[in-house]
Each structure stands twice: as structure tokens, then as C-alpha cells.
Design a binder for this molecule. Sequence first.
Ligand code: GGG
Length: 356
Amino acid sequence: MNKQIIMLPGDGVGKEIIDSAKIVLNTVASEFGHSFTFHQHAIGGEAIDLYGTPLPEDTVKACQGADAILLGAVGGKKWDSLPGDQRPEKGLLGIRKTLGLFANLRPVKGYRSLLHASPLKEEVIKGSDILLIRELTGGLYFGKPSERRENGDAVVDTLYYQRNEMERIIDKAFESARLRKKHLTSVDKANVLESSRMWREIVDEKSREYPDVTVEHLLVDAAAMKLITQPNRFDVIVTENLFGDILSDEASVLTGSLGMLPSASVRSDGVGLYEPVHGSAPDIAGQGIANPLGMILSAAMMLRHSFGMEEEAAEIEEAVHDSLEQGYHTPDLQIKGGKVVTTKEMTEVVVENLTT
Ligand code: GGG
């Protein structure tokens, strides 16, 4: 299969880890007889520096014509003082919105060899395997108005959702639960927010169309607590944009490092943008020690979701698993013993495991 892949390295460690995905994908291509063509474009802070905007038109056009998109990370201290609508993050939000990528799939899996990397007790996290589904193109991130008022002494952000935006993500969650353990946890703040009350109504309506899926509702505060005290009670979690962003970072504690988490941002037709959950990590950028596994696992998600290459995706996931079992890890994983390696070395180990 010949596929055109857009690469958006972005900023900070994004630039360092995206090559890891490319190297692993090229290995898969030669092992399985595929051809992947990579086209690199600017987004985020890099695009601001080069073109004065976080999302250049050229990048949007390239993404619109691509089979799939890989993204590293955006943001950094250099651009922190820019007004909100000109920041690097606007580039990422803009491309998700423009492409209509409403469903952000964030699998959170505890690897056996990383049980000691988590500050949580081994017996609590053992066997945890969660798919967190975050609505990605609505809510507080996009509602208008969003502005300072009264000479800067007041502020407004708007939480706006249309019914169909909630319905499509909730459908996606039920469909995903059907393919897993058939248990769906819907997270909201229905005791306070009107938007959450509508969300809950829709989940209840939809549950009648999916009688084989067990549904529970949790308030976001309770969900945050249970996620790290009883992670094994969860299968699929679905929630709105901001709650999903926060809960998925929290869930990364189960895996030992935020650097382990991949994500897929998809719509109904298979087009997708794949990126690690973590950001640009300015504290370690430029040192060559960023964990490339979230990025590599995102590339595996791309093969599965956008290209239907299940076997190839599973091979990458197995190679990551084997590399960790052999004791290799980047410094973000606080494990005693094992072999601490750089981004490049970790990638080489994964490639070695892919080819043997
Ligand atoms: N790779 C993810 C990334 O770059 N995150 C930075 C960021 O600003 N994300 C916004 C969001 O997902 O809410």
C-alpha cells in the first residue's frame, strides 16, 4: 500500500520524537512491502517563527489531502506571552477543528514491566486497560465569546455544545465499548452544568440503542479519584473536551509516564491525526532524552485506524512491549535498574525488536 503521511513535528521534544515514528514506519514498510511517503510541514511555535501564524494555509491544505497526519507537540516558553488567539496551541486546535477530528482516542495500558514506574501500588494498577475518549472539537476550547472584559478585570469563556456534537462522540464511545469489555463510563458534572445534563440525557437515550453495553455515569470529581484508586473498574470512558484533557494526563500515572501515552484524533471516514498525549516538554527539549514510545504507539494507531493495517500495528506494539521487558527505558520512567537510554537508542531497540 502506498500512503501519503503529513509530518507536523511542532515544537520542543515534538521535533525529536517524530523521527522515531518515521524510522519505525519505514521499518514496517520494508518488512510488509508498503510504501509511506512523508511530507513535513510547520505548525505551532515553529510556524509562528517562520510564517507569523500557528497554522499556515499550506499546512492545512497538505493535511486535507493526506492519508493521515502525525504530529509531535506544540508550545513552549518562547511563545507564552503571545495573545491567546496567536499561541502555538491555536495551531493544534485549529487543525483538529478544520479537519473535523471530533473523537480523541487515548488508550491507557499498564505495561507489566512498568508496574514499578508508577507511584501507585502495583496491586491497584495491575491489569488496567482503559480507552479514554475525549470530545475534541467543542466545549470550552472553542465556545465564543472567550475574552477579557472590563479593562482586563473580568473574563469569559463559553462552554457551547450542539446536540449532534454530543451524539456523535457518544455513539463512537458505545461502538468502541462494543469492541472491548462492553462497559462504558460517561463522565460529566451534571450536578452543576447544564451542558452535562444534556450530555447525560443523550447517553441515556443512546444506551437504548446499545443494550449490550453497560453504562454508568460518574461526576468528574469522583471519576478523577476512582481513576487512580480503582483503575480496573474502567473499560471505556467518554467525556467532553476539557474533562478528557485533564483525566487523560491523570491516567498516565497508571503507565508510569505521560511519555507512554499515544492518541488518535479521528472522524467517521478514517482520516486521522496521531500524536502523543504529552506536550512539547520544554524542560527536557534539546537533550535527546524524550520518551519516543507515545509517538511510536501513535504511529501504530495510525496504521490500525487510518490504514486498516492491524497486523503491522500489533507488531509495533509488541516491539514496544518487548523493548520494555528487556529493561530499556528513557529517564522519564522512574525504574530502578534496567538500561536508561536516549530517544535515539530507544528507537533503535524498538526497530531491532521489530525486525527479529
Ligand atoms: N501532542 C500534544 C500537544 O502538543 N499538546 C499540547 C497542547 O497544547 N494541547 C492542547 C490540548 O490537547 O488540549
